[in-house]
Design a protein around this ligand. Sequence first.
Ligand SMILES: *Cc1c(COP(=O)(O)O)cnc(C)c1O
Length: 356
Amino acid sequence: MAYPKLFAPGPVDVSPETFAAMSQTMIGHRGSDFEALYASLQPGLQEIFGTSRPVFLSTSSAWGVMEGALRNLVRNKVLCLCCGAFSDKWFDVAKKLGYEADKIQVEWGEAIDPEAVRAKLAEGGFDTVTLIHSETSTGVLNDLAGIAAAVKSFPDTMLIVDTVSSLSTVPVDMDANGVDVMLAGVQKALALPPGLAVFAVSEAAMERAKATPNRGYYFDFIEFAKNAAVNNTPSTPAISLLFGLQYILGQIAAEGLQARFARHAATNALIHAWGARHGFELFAPEGRRSNALTCFKTPEGFDLSGFIKRLKNEHHFLINGGYGKIKGLTFRISNMGNETPATMEELIAAMDQVLG
Ligand SMILES: *Cc1c(COP(=O)(O)O)cnc(C)c1O
């Protein structure tokens, strides 16, 4: 085996069946075959988003849409909810785009408090808020419903939510929560190769976008909506990835979304139990932990890089040794995508062997 199997939180392992689905005969994107492919994806995507809105397909990584959403929605000032590497970076990206930006910053490993969001927005001046639902760098799952309720109590304040490592692992309920833009890259919870992002936009956010100048072209929500109305995309999409997405959505429909949530809870619990057996403490607080990955604190004196290296060399499994400023201080194990209790037990047996 040339490469180890990925148990790192993204990209994650892609099944041979997914790759087979992706290697279908290429089709052109301006024609009825493509329109049928595009249309076939909508019900499954809408179900996992919890939306009746069209779900757009962006040939980019998640960051394309994360930046694009700001360009479509921010008028004066954005509030970024920062609790880890990805959410902190969103604040930097907002400033790089030239927007006035402020943040709520909590320690990495902590969750955002909805009441803090309410208090900050009450200062006034904000028209857009960014939230990462599952902060993949720390394993924290933020209180989406609570934060959304806080944001929605302020009129004309748009809420952009990144669900890259939570979509299809726990409910995200875009419409019920009043989320304005919900987005995800497909290489994490959906277990596809990287290169595609999926996102949906509320009616209010479409109205905001229409009145926002300088939206550019590639991520212009209006272009996406115009093309979606005829089952198409503004520019040539990653068609092979869409074949793969069609396959994965079929798998999700066959499994059932509730069963998929339960499977993630079960596989995640196996990793928690493994950590407890070895005295590894969790980085995220009780009650606010992601179902899709686990972030452990590296114990003092523990040879983390040796552990990861032996797991890779002797068992061909790759876990992650921490991200950003907590690299080395933490390590992360993914149970996203197609993993089952049986495949997680294979990893656990290998990790136990390495630990002796
Ligand atoms: C991985 C990740 C991203 C970045 O995704 P790219 O596909 O690299 O653009 C953003 N947000 C979260 C929560 C992530 O886990």
